[in-house]
Write a protein that binds this ligand. Structure first.
Ligand code: ADE
Ligand code: ZN
Length: 335
């Protein structure tokens, strides 16, 4: 009999909530800083790692934007993305849907083309080498204006074949989804899918806005939706997937203790919760670590583990045939 941890490692997994800039491991950050002759605020890898103590989302974001500032050239974006893909390939992740934050680089003079070419080429190489498939989500920074988001959408137009969706991330409180109503409308008209971070720190009302005003295809996090029974029903009625990030929630104090993580409650409510790593280099673990932490701390059952992996396949934007293929593999493993 395999243990739940062994099963979680072996099972085919999807990752649906991952910021590529959040996969920047300190060792790689220092190596790229050195080759680009950029100085970091920290002198050593150890000093940097010691700073990874966050009391809220903003604490983390301040470091996250500093970290990404060493990314200058196409090869930097390629190397960053490839390092992540290699890591999760070794964890039996078969499909990824990753965010990138164009405005975090444009503001430093790094062109949209430089960013997307590096990321896209790594995604395509992973598909060629390992059959790992992917979708790319361009995320708007919500602490900036809707006008800035529109400028970013304009820059993306030559690359729409490479972009599958738009998202909304960065500082949530004070920057509700409705601030971006028009740019999401314009994105949809271009054929892009839509997702938004909502209910990580922000109130249930932000989740309502994401659903009713923006018309999202998915909700990133969604933890605070559990405070509102009508909202829970709405999410179920619309079959919306929640991309939940357990270790992120712990590190950013969205939950105080992994033992109290709401993912079991989400499953009990028949919400389509999935497991994801968000910013693994900052939060202490990739996909397998997230599952392992849930298994060790929340007493999830084999059935719940299966359901989480199944939700990840069904909640992805893969073609139906590909979903069926991975579901079959999953069923065989759990039989
Ligand atoms: N950007 C990167 N990670 C994020 C998170 N967890 N929430 C909001 N914005 C982010
Ligand atoms: Zn996120």
């Amino acid at each position: 009999m395999e243990t739940l941890i062994e099963l979680s490692q072996k099972m085919p997994k999807t990752e649906l909530h991952l910021h590529i800039e959040g996969t920047f491991e300190p060792e790689q950050m220092f190596a790229i800083a050195q080759r680009n002759k950029v100085s970091l605020k920290y002198n050593t890898v150890e000093e940097l790692k010691a700073a990874y103590q966050f009391t809220n989302l903003q604490d983390f974001l301040d470091l996250y934007y500093q970290g990404m500032s060493v990314l200058l050239h196409e090869v930097d974006f390629y190397d960053l993305t490839m390092a992540y893909l290699k890591k999760v390939h070794s964890e039996n992740v078969v499909h990824v849907e990753i965010f990138f934050d164009p405005q975090g680089h444009l503001s430093r003079g790094v062109s949209f083309e430089t960013q997307i070419k590096g990321i896209y080429n790594a995604l395509k190489d992973a598909e060629t080498q390992w059959g790992m498939t992917s979708k790319l989500i361009m995320s708007f920074l919500r602490h900036l204006s809707e006008e800035s988001a529109f400028e970013t959408l304009e820059l993306a137009k030559p690359y729409l074949n490479w972009i599958d969706a738009v998202g909304l991330d960065s500082s949530e409180v004070g920057h509700p989804p409705e601030k971006f109503l028009n740019v999401f409308e314009a994105s949809k008209k271009l054929g892009l899918k839509v997702t938004a971070h909502a209910g990580e720190e922000g109130p249930p009302d932000y989740v309502w806005q994401a659903i009713e005003q923006i018309g999202v295809d998915r909700i990133d996090h969604g933890n605070r939706a559990l405070e509102d029974d009508k909202l829970i029903n709405e999410i179920k009625q619309r079959n919306l997937t929640l991309t939940v990030c357990p270790l992120s929630n712990l590190k950013l104090c969205v939950v105080d203790d992994m033992k109290d993580h709401p993912i079991k409650r989400m499953l009990a409510l028949n919400l389509h919760a999935t497991v994801n790593s968000d910013d693994p280099a900052y939060f202490g673990g990739y996909m397998n670590d997230n599952y392992q932490s849930l298994i060790k701390n929340t007493k999830i059952t084999k059935e719940e583990l299966f359901q989480l992996a199944k939700n990840g396949i069904l909640g992805s934007w893969m073609a139906d045939q590909q979903k069926e293929h991975h579901l079959k593999e999953l069923n065989t493993l759990f039989a």
